[in-house]
Design a protein around this ligand. Sequence first.
Ligand code: SF4
Length: 336
Amino acid sequence: MRALRLYTGNVVYGRLPQGCRLCLRGLKSVIFVTGLCPRRCFYCPISLERRGHDSFYANERPVGSVGELVAEVAAAGSRGAGLTGGDPLARLERTLEVIRALKESFGSGFHIHLYTSGELLSEQALDGLSRAGLDELRLHPEPADAARLLRLLERHRPPFSVGLEIPALPEAFEEALKLLELANTSEVVEFVNVNELEVTESNSAAMRRRGYELSEDGKTVRGSREVALRLVSAAESSGYGVSVHFCPASSKDAYQLRLRLYRRGVASARPHEMVSDEGTILKALVPEDCASVPSGLAFRGRLGLETSLLVAELLGARHSLVEELPDYRRTLLNVV
Ligand code: SF4
């Protein structure tokens, strides 16, 4: 088996996990189940606003109920969801309710993956997740706890796929390699995702204290990418049976988020709104007393009277171009 480089910059040895396939096409909603987590990883990228708080979001939209969450997922036109946090298992009942609601609303083929630190994983949690219909479990364990967790999973034999998530720390290649070897000999682990370390507002001080430096892109840790690629090469040269996938930070912005926004734009655009290649919404704002646009082609917007850019240009109407993000609050980007 050879490792393949995808057009997104991701590198995969073996099979790309199903959750990642959908995510890279913008087909997954992101459900932030809670900001609570039993771990304190120095590289945790969660924003200070969310970290340690029991907040609940669907695609950046704060939600107060599972019903609101389902409405947001429908608006995004998603075919699956990734449950993250914090650690979703810190709110197990909420997590199970979310999985059940998504499966009931969108059908059994709606793919759900879940990230967990593993600290709270138990027979009872595995039973609940199995019954609720989880498709993929992604463990991000403390290296010293990984063997215990894999034994628990091997005893339980859950019906869903299991993968490991490994952060590519620049100085920890050997430790990561041991995790990879453990995953390769496990009877339950199907894939390992190796993630490039991102520098965020919330972790930058801890990264600096550790002596980490920023890469040229200004977003990732120097040396993280190289460690990740060495891990993929190690799996390839040893002919591992477990799949190994490197997910670069750049693919999150350029593909996962951008395509999700584009999709939400297409699903939520009003008749006079156009979705740009970047996934933003474009339309024309015309004066209230504009006589050149017929009433059937004019729409009431939050800034005033709107019509399509095509209509405004064809009819020669004086107008400004309005650009919005297709998020739940339609964030205004430009009026020019
Ligand atoms: S396990 Fe994940 S959410 Fe929890 S502290 Fe570590 S990186 Fe953050």
